[in-house]
Ligand binder design. Structure first.
Ligand code: TRP
Length: 333
């Protein structure tokens, strides 16, 4: 009989492929510590980054940095399993099997695949095409219930559900069917220079705030953020995308609504708005940046944590993988 007391499993991942932005922090990282009653796994999705060319030295550096960042953002690496995707071979192994239960047609309809094929037209590789299958493997290996992601990853969680349901229909209840978890309040943070576009770590430096930016950089970037010429502090994303984006940042960090943030600054100018945003962002990110530096400075400690957590993850993943191998008919002596 199914144990109804079973703790929920939460899984998410981030690609170590660029400077993580304030958008990644507000939309994803910050929410990862919100599941005290669940077993949580957070990975550095390094295998996913290879779908786009990476500088090898940079990739290594960013992977370690992301591991430290997870911890710096408040995730205890004993309570949560923080690990590197490539350290757990079961991810790639399950991905192969699931490739054989995924259709070309459904992969070619994925929005991110279409976007990235345009952006990297000279390198539309098979990995980029099969990216969602690897992501499905990440999730399904741990019998995940909840997948906290940003809105842009919702389609990938949905295809993961489709693949799992298809597999279960053929072989019985092998996989838990996961639910995407998208925090309504975790508003989308836009680019500082083009506030109708999402803030992205793959755009030029001055258009985003990196989680690890220095206070001076943060002040400078916010000072330069695009606003408008009517001078009124009002939340109106349609007509005032720049000002509204600043209000969204401010309100997300203060856990109030953008309207309330606008109310607090009634009658003041954009200079005051920008200063309020800059100081709030600096207040939030400074302790994270300091902890991050401390964690990275103890490289042996970080490595020991990664090895230990990869072992914990692999032990869980192997259970699911063995079940899958058995179901599909792979001979196991
Ligand atoms: N594809 C996700 C992104 O780019 C990262 C990711 C990899 C992920 N595997 C995952 C997210 C599993 C959630 C669950 O944002």
């Amino acid at each position: 009989m199914e144990n109804t007391e079973k703790r929920k499993v939460v899984f998410s991942g981030i690609q170590p492929s660029g400077n993580l932005t304030l958008g990644n922090y507000i939309g994803a990282l910050r929410n990862f510590s919100g599941f005290p009653d669940a077993d949580c796994l957070y990975c550095m999705a390094d295998l996913h980054t290879l779908t786009v060319r990476q500088d090898p030295a940079q990739l290594r550096k960013r992977t370690a940095s992301l591991a430290a960042l997870y911890v710096a953002c408040g995730l205890d690496p004993e309570k949560n399993i923080i690990y590197c995707q490539s350290h757990v071979p079961a991810h790639a192994e399950l991905a192969w099997i699931l490739n054989c239960y995924t259709y070309m047609g459904e992969m070619s309809r994925m929005t991110q695949f279409k976007d990235k094929s345009q952006k990297h037209a000279d390198n539309i590789n098979v990995g980029l095409f099969a990216y969602p299958v690897l992501m499905a493997s990440d999730i399904l290996l741990y019998q995940t219930d909840i997948v906290p992601v940003g809105v842009d990853q919702k389609q990938h969680v949905e295809i993961c559900r489709d693949i799992a349901q298809r597999f279960n229909a053929l072989y019985g209840d092998v996989f838990t069917i996961p639910e995407p978890y998208i925090r309504k309040a975790s508003a989308k943070i836009m680019s500082l220079s083009e506030p109708t576009k999402k803030m992205s770590k793959s755009d030029p430096e001055d258009t985003y705030i990196a989680i690890l930016d220095s206070p001076d950089d943060i002040r400078r970037k916010i000072k330069r953020a695009v606003t408008d010429s009517d001078g009124e502090i009002r939340y109106d994303p349609e007509n005032k995308p720049g000002v509204s984006n600043l209000l969204v940042i401010l309100s997300a960090l203060k856990n109030i609504t953008p309207e309330a943030a606008a109310q607090e600054l009634q009658g003041l100018g954009y200079g005051a708005l920008k200063e309020a945003v800059a100081e709030t962002v600096i207040g939030e990110l400074t302790p994270i940046r300091q902890r991050h530096a401390e964690i990275l400075a103890d490289r042996d400690g970080l490595n020991a944590m990664l090895i230990h957590n990869a072992e914990r993850a692999q032990a869980l993943a192997r259970k699911t993988l063995r079940k899958v191998y058995k179901k599909v008919g792979l001979y196991q002596p």
